[in-house]
Ligand binder design. Structure first.
Ligand code: NAD
Ligand code: MG
Length: 331
């Protein structure tokens, strides 16, 4: 494992460079503000008419159109939603890249799946912070920093990795540690993690358990507490001290049920499904499906979003959370 810290990165490499941050959403605002506070020369690229234009200016940042920013900047960090990157790249970014520039990403999807093919004379790197933008900004302000991954896809200047690490230092990530990976490893593991555990696995597990209790006649409110609400309390222990630390806080009865019933829920059938999901990521089937879904105007995605928002667990949850914040304010 290769891991880099502040001492391994030289921010002076960026001193005479202009850094263009394209997009001012979750990641974009945090990268732009952290780099500015680190003394870098930052300019934010947006489409004209973007609601973020004034927000970025009010935060003291210089703003231009994506095409102007791509032309002016020496380093262009693409922080647009993954599904629009290839179009914006083709229309506005590509013509602004000149030899020796660096094109950067925070996720490898478009490079790994060949949706963006940069010219050979530019560096192509990734700094992928391991968490959402508002936390990246918050941790920077607290002087801590968020861990990140670094990868180099093209090393035209032979300085690509050093420049990327300097960027990581500028957004505060080198304080926490920057782990070396490849575009392929980051893309495949990121998709696999969000599909099987972080987003897909966890929500499906909660929903199925909730439905099983409600179908058996238990009160939805009680099912909500048991299957959803308490999850955070236990995950916090796992996050801070590992599974053993979570098991230390629960009863022996809960711990025995954990060892004997958990593997029956997540059984060999689930393991085989996970392997299949990984193969679909590796062979590009998932990427093709998602790219085509976007080209079709996202009918399936938007239908699913609506159906899931209407699930009884969301109704019960909204009521109970309303009650809980009322109780909190009352304290
Ligand atoms: P986001 O949706 O929060 O922000 C995207 C920005 O792009 C917004 O400012 C939006 O107005 C702008 N935009 C959208 N369409 C546009 C268009 N056609 N032309 C110009 N601008 C447009 O996105 P995000 O979550 O910050 O993700 C950016 C990148 O960071 C992605 O590659 C993502 O995978 C990666 N990433 C995200 C997270 C996270 O937790 N959000 C973590 C690590 C990496
Ligand atoms: Mg991700």
């Amino acid at each position: 494992m290769e891991i880099y810290y502040d001492k391994d990165a030289d921010i002076a490499l960026l001193k005479d460079k202009t850094i263009g941050i394209v997009g001012y959403g979750s990641q974009g605002h945090a990268h732009a503000l952290n780099l500015k506070d680190s003394g870098m020369n930052v300019v934010v690229g947006l489409y004209s008419g973007s609601k973020s234009w004034k927000k970025a200016e009010d935060a003291g940042l210089r703003v231009g159109t994506v095409a102007d920013v791509a032309r002016e900047a020496d380093i262009v960090m693409v922080l647009l939603p993954d599904q629009v990157q290839s179009e914006v790249y083709a229309n506005e970014i590509e013509q602004g890249l000149s030899a020796g520039n660096m094109l950067m990403f925070a996720h490898g999807f478009n490079i790994h799946f060949n949706q963006i093919q940069p010219p050979p004379d530019v560096d192509v790197t990734m700094i992928a912070p391991k968490g959402p933008g508002h936390m990246l900004r918050q941790l920077y302000k607290e002087g801590i920093g968020m861990p990140a991954l670094v990868a180099v896809h093209q090393n035209a200047t032979e300085l690509a990795k050093q420049l990327a690490l300097a960027y990581a230092k500028g957004i505060g990530c080198a304080r926490a540690g920057v782990l070396a990976t490849t575009f392929r490893e980051e893309t495949e593991t990121d998709l696999f993690g969000e599909q099987t555990v972080l987003c897909g696995g966890v929500t499906a597990l909660i929903k199925t358990a909730f439905e099983t209790l409600v179908e058996a006649g238990y009160q939805p409110e009680v099912a909500y507490f048991e299957c959803l609400h308490e999850l955070k309390l236990l995950v916090d222990f796992i996050h801070e001290g590992g599974m053993a630390s979570m098991r230390y806080t629960i009863s022996d009865t809960a711990e025995y049920g954990d060892y004997t019933r958990g593997p029956r829920v997540i059984d060999e059938h689930v393991r085989e499904t996970m392997r299949q999901i990984l193969r679909e990521i590796q062979d590009g089937s998932f990427a093709r499906e998602w790219i085509l879904e976007n080209q079709a105007g996202r009918p399936g995605f938007l239908a699913q979003r609506k159906i899931n928002a209407e699930h009884p667990i969301e109704q019960v949850g909204a009521e109970l959370r309303g009650m809980m914040s009322w109780l909190k304010k009352d304290e």
